[in-house]
Design a protein around this ligand. Structure first.
Ligand code: ADP
Ligand code: MG
Length: 376
């Protein structure tokens, strides 16, 4: 259970729910190509306590902003509370008579670090409002509701992965998600049982050019799919890759396609390794994914490349940048007892390069959205 629950102000609450942040183990920039991703939930979560109000009005306080915002659904809410108002809006759009509520929010998910504090707040608010309203909405359809809040209300064009992970992940598992069919499978990823852990390194590299570069990658992929006459790059099979590349004149486009097609295959290979109980075999796939992002997709920056190399030199089984790129976090798969040594090696490499010192923490796959018994 989340320790963040203890930090909620004294209730009473009619319902308290927690939703975690997430990292993507492997499968980068595959989502908008109708491909595969494999996120798992972090032990860090956002906790929301809610009390029913007898009028259609919502008051929300966040420990992270120290602010209280009130809205009644008739005005467009801006700023951080838009993530909450967006969920109310999405639920109403879906035909639910959302009860008014007083909400208190606290979180230990780092915000803006690519660990999806945005999905965590949306999914926890969604769970509380559904609980308060007594609505029976299956977990499987909740990610779409939360995603609508972020896409259409907040205005951030994100895929379905973040909300799916925050809602559906199970402790000791990664979530295999097919971004075309939205089919999911819980894949055993019990690191602790195998003496392993994931070291997360937040490179703290300034995110520059992210939006423009993301749009450019998407455009290249869509154009390539058109030339190759497939609905999406997911439909290019690995054994048809060479033939597909030969049909593309543009060298940059060839590199983009090669990343997406090989990355989809690496997700499938990772799932196969995990199903067979061999988590260590995931290491080389992570490292290959990083090379592909660096060489072919060209979305890494010196800070994340440095973190990956230093982690590998210090004995990590594999390491890769996770997230959209141009900064963000690196994951390293390490023996649990080697975490401190690997972290020290990364810190030393950053100091030598003159980079801002990174943040680092150790994680094992945690539970998705869950209800908290709250006494108080
Ligand atoms: P990420 O999802 O990678 O953390 P985003 O930019 O998508 O980054 O979302 C971060 C934003 O979500 C914050 O700037 C804030 O507006 C909102 N947010 C997330 N968690 C909280 C919280 N606990 N309290 C208030 N706002 C939050
Ligand atoms: Mg986000």
């Amino acid at each position: 259970m989340s320790t963040a629950g203890q930090r909620l102000p004294e209730g009473p609450y009619d319902a308290v729910w927690a939703s975690p942040g997430r990292v993507n183990l492997i499968g980068e920039h595959t989502d908008y190509n109708d491909g595969y991703v494999l996120p798992f939930a972090l032990p860090h979560s956002t906790v929301v306590g809610g009390r029913r109000l007898d009028r259609p009005s919502w008051t929300v306080w966040s420990e992270q902003t120290g602010e209280t915002v009130t809205f009644d659904g008739t005005q467009k809410v801006e700023g951080w509370a838009a993530y909450v108002a967006g969920v109310v809006w999405a639920l109403r759009e879906a035909g639910h008579d959302v009860p008014g509520a007083a909400l208190a929010i606290t979180s230990d998910v780092p915000s803006g670090a690519g660990l999806s504090s945005s999905a965590a707040i949306e999914c926890a608010v969604l769970a509380v409002l559904l609980d308060l309203g007594g609505f029976d909405v299956p977990m499987a359809v909740r990610p779409r509701l939360a995603q609508r809040a972020e896409n259409e209300y907040v205005g951030a064009p994100t895929g379905i992965m973040d909300q799916s992970a925050s809602t559906l992940c199970r402790a000791g598992h990664a979530l295999f998600l097919d971004c075309r069919s939205l089919a999911t499978e819980q894949v055993p990823f019990d690191l602790a049982a195998q003496g392993l852990a994931i070291l997360v390194v937040d490179s703290r590299a300034p995110h520059a050019h992210v939006t423009g570069e993301y749009a450019a990658r998407r455009r290249d992929c869509e154009e390539a799919a058109k030339i190759l006459d497939v609905p999406a790059l997911r439909d290019v099979e690995p054994d048809g890759l060479q033939a597909a590349l030969a049909r593309l004149d543009d060298e940059v486009m060839r590199k983009r396609v090669r990343h997406v097609v090989t990355e989809d295959q690496r997700v499938l290979d990772t799932v196969a390794a995990l199903r067979s109980g061999d988590a260590r075999a995931v290491g080389p796939l992570m490292t290959a994914s990083h090379s592909s992002m660096r060489e072919d997709y060209e979305i890494t920056v010196p800070e994340v490349d440095t973190a990956v190399s230093a982690a590998l030199r210090a004995g990590a089984y594999g390491a890769r940048m996770t997230g959209g790129g141009f900064g963000g976090c690196v994951l390293a798969l390490v023996d649990a007892e080697r975490c401190a040594a690997v972290e020290a090696a990364v810190r030393e490499a950053f100091a030598e390069a003159g980079f801002t010192p990174p943040d680092a923490f150790v994680v094992t796959p945690a539970e998705g959205t869950h209800k908290i018994d709250y006494a108080g």
